[in-house]
Design a protein around this ligand. Structure first.
Ligand code: ADE
Ligand code: ZN
Length: 334
């Protein structure tokens, strides 16, 4: 059988999605109008929601996507905007039986436009509380450093987030944006400090760049989770280490296809990781841009690999046990 109904009913945990990447074109245009934000006039893609969606279907690379992603989020200005964005995601995730979500956001993309970090965080926290109260959906925030920005400026952003990392309003630290040419070790200063404080650490690595970026994220930054991480088959020793140390890989199948990292989902190392007991989860990354939320990604993997109920149970269990929530919350989910 195809198991798609079972996959819908399965309580799911999401570890890799960027809240700004859930900005659907309709909300983007609504916010642009309300906040009087000028969208590019020299790009026909911004003529309408339909043309923008059509353009999203033709990304050629990570950077081609990031261009649209960073323009889109300039429409987010007020606390209510950030709240609406996150609430819409949580509501959609709940409809697909997501029970816990660990979500990224990019403060540098907002503070450099004059939005206050408190505005962003307060908006997101309101949405988190509503999701908990209305849907029982728990969530954690992960702050991303943007690696196309200099390590020194990223460190400033890290220091700005540090009080909220220490008080638990933000659960962990991540690293995203243009991967090639911006290897993890450049961001060591921030990660070393975060490690000293006992914080949770992840980084995007092995998406467009090679497996050495995954090794650097683990060795140089001390990451216990790697986002995308689809290049492990090129380093068998490192692969064994991921299995031994239970370093979670947060895979994003539809994203990889849409950004031309792979041609199609069957190219993903799902079989290799299952056989070698490398723990991984399946995630949506930027669902408004890549044509699907978590459920569509689960179904894409099932179409490609025809996994058994037992294999799905293992994937679902790893997603829970390697989450960054409390042990009590894990027990509730198991
Ligand atoms: N920011 C949002 N989505 C991303 C991705 N897939 N890779 C790197 N940075 C991102
Ligand atoms: Zn990502």
């Amino acid at each position: 059988g195809k198991l798609h109904n079972l996959l819908l009913d399965l309580p799911k945990v999401e570890h890799h999605m960027h809240l700004e990447g859930s900005l659907e074109p309709d909300l983007l245009f609504e916010l642009a109008a309300r906040n009087k934000i000028d969208l590019p006039k020299d790009d026909e893609a911004f003529a309408s929601s339909e043309s923008l969606l059509a353009r999203y279907g033709r990304f050629t690379s990570l950077d081609d996507f990031l261009h649209y992603y960073f323009i889109g989020m300039t429409t987010l200005v007020t606390g209510e905007d950030f709240e609406s964005l996150a609430y819409a995601y949580f509501k959609k995730a709940h409809s697909q039986n997501v029970v816990h979500a660990e979500v990224f956001f990019d403060p540098q993309a907002h503070t450099t436009r004059g939005v206050k970090s408190e505005t962003i965080l307060e908006g997101f926290q309101k949405a988190q509380r509503r999701a908990k109260d209305e849907f029982g959906l728990t969530s954690e925030l992960i702050v991303c450093l943007l690696r196309h920005i200099s390590p020194a400026d990223c460190h400033q952003a890290y220091l700005e987030a540090l009080p909220d990392l220490k008080n638990g309003k933000i659960r962990g630290l991540g690293l995203s944006s243009t991967e090639k040419g911006n290897p993890p070790h450049l961001y060591k200063e921030s990660y070393e400090d975060a490690k000293k404080h006992g914080l949770r650490l992840t980084a995007h690595a092995g998406e467009e760049a090679d497996v050495s970026y995954m090794k650097s994220a683990v060795d140089d930054l001390g990451c216990t989770r790697i986002d995308h991480g689809i290049k492990l088959r090129d380093d068998p020793e490192l692969l064994k280490r991921f299995a031994r140390e239970k370093i979670l890989i947060s895979m994003c199948p539809m994203s990889n296809v849409e950004l031309r990292v792979i041609k199609s989902i069957p190219e993903l190392p799902v079989r290799e990781y299952l056989n070698a007991k490398v723990p991984f989860s399946i995630n949506s990354d930027d669902p408004a841009y890549f044509g699907g939320y978590i459920q569509e990604n689960y179904c894409g993997v099932q179409e490609a690999f025809n996994l058994t109920v037992e294999e799905w149970a293992e994937i679902a269990m790893n997603a829970i046990t390697l989450s960054w929530c409390s042990e009590e919350r894990k027990d509730e989910m198991l």
